[in-house]
Ligand binder design. Structure first.
Ligand SMILES: *Cc1c(COP(=O)(O)O)cnc(C)c1O
Length: 377
């Protein structure tokens, strides 16, 4: 059998960008400002320009970006934070860490994004129950595609909710002609290595157009310190982006648009070759995906298990995002009000992610397509 197809290939990427990476890392080793060195400010400036936001604040991870944004609003006990049930655990973990309560919302069966109509229903239910105060909405741009921010913002403004965009998987995606980063009052992204814009360790960033929020995010990421080092203004955290990761990201930013274009091209091949065999992901209207994940749907869980096994046999790796929606997770079930989330339940049983990354060769893309069509033919 041929060598297996890679699900993600950070070694190939590293070889491709080595000439950009080495000088960047050597510069950090030369100046030794490992925490909040000049590369952090340079990256913040370039990323703010890249997505058109007034401010970018580099932080220690996507999860910490979400946490700092919620801490800045004073979100805590008694507050309801609305978020999709079909997402990565970090989205729901943060409100709970702060003493707030996640209220799970179902997603759209075709785009997998948070369902605005169900959000409205969940806000109304929460108000009627009277136990929690509707306080914030975390819209997740899942798998690289943008959520429906026009609809989400309309609802959030009527309901007076703080809006936070969990853009961990979708930095670089475009909605209505603009890159994500300015759709919500604050946008959080992640530089975890496997994300489309990944570092060589943990990292993240917050984007906002609001001067006061940006200033507060800088204070909170450094222990709540004021202008002098030993004046503590707020309860903060150690949440800074480190300089080495900023240097890696500066090297990767130079090739990021090319990588996004390759991901888009691969998605196009999958769409054309696989649409008769499986349910391909529906595109969010007027958007360009960052294609963190390309997930298809099988008729049921047994069919998914069979296809996954056949692909493994053919040297094609797959992954399941997410095998269990958050309201079914042991850590969160006790915080769930019991509402039905049928789409999240259904997707988790039959969704399957295929390899998509910028170092996947055309021959490998063909191999994936052949393996899928042969297994299902
Ligand atoms: C990866 C991810 C996060 C967390 O990012 P980290 O940098 O790993 O902390 C948050 N939300 C979503 C949707 C993610 O995919």
């Amino acid at each position: 059998m041929n060598r297996p197809v890679s699900f993600l290939d950070l070694k190939a990427q590293q070889a491709r960008i080595a000439h950009r990476l080495r000088p960047r890392l050597d510069a950090v080793l030369a100046h030794c400002q490992f925490v909040l060195g000049p590369e952090v400010a340079e990256l913040e400036g370039r990323l703010a320009t890249y997505c058109g936001a007034q401010h970018c604040v580099g932080v220690s991870s996507g999860t910490d970006a979400l946490q700092i944004a919620m801490m800045a609003e004073g979100i805590g006990p008694g507050d309801a934070v609305f978020l999709p049930a079909f997402t990565y655990t970090a989205t729901a973990e943060v409100p709970l860490v702060l003493g707030a309560t996640p209220v799970f919302v179902d997603v759209d069966p075709r785009t997998y994004q948070i369902d605005p109509a169900h959000l409205s229903a969940r806000i109304a239910e929460t108000r009627t129950a009277g136990r929690l105060r509707p306080r914030a909405l975390v819209g997740v741009d899942l798998f690289g595609q943008p959520a429906d921010w026009v609809a989400l913002n309309r609802i959030a403004s009527t309901e007076d909710l703080f809006t936070l965009d969990d853009c961990a998987q979708s930095f670089g995606a475009v909605l209505h002609g603009t890159r994500l980063g300015t759709q919500a009052q604050a946008t959080a992204t992640s530089f975890f290595p496997s994300k489309p814009f990944g570092a060589y360790g943990d990292g993240g960033a917050l984007f906002t157009d609001d001067d006061e929020r940006a200033a507060l995010y800088r204070i909170l990421r450094s222990h709540g310190e004021g202008t002098t080092r030993y004046e503590v203004l707020r309860t903060g955290m150690n949440g800074r982006l480190d300089t080495m990761q900023a240097a890696v990201l500066l090297a990767k930013l130079d090739v990021f648009d090319e990588e996004l274009a390759i991901r888009e091209r691969i998605a196009g091949v999958y769409d054309r070759r696989l649409s008769n065999a499986v349910v391909i992901p529906a595109r969010v209207p007027d958007s360009v995906s960052a294609w963190a994940v390309y997930s298809v749907l099988l008729p049921d869980e047994a069919a998914r298990t069979r296809l996954q096994a056949a692909l493994r046999e053919a040297g094609v790796p797959t992954a399941i995002y997410y095998p269990r929606p958050l309201h079914r997770q042991p850590a969160y079930a006790g915080h769930h009000d019991g509402a039905d989330l049928p789409v999240s339940d259904d997707l988790s049983g039959r969704i399957l992610a295929l390899p998509i990354h910028p170092d996947l060769s055309d021959a490998d893309v063909e191999r994936v397509c052949d393996a899928v069509t042969q297994a299902l033919g």
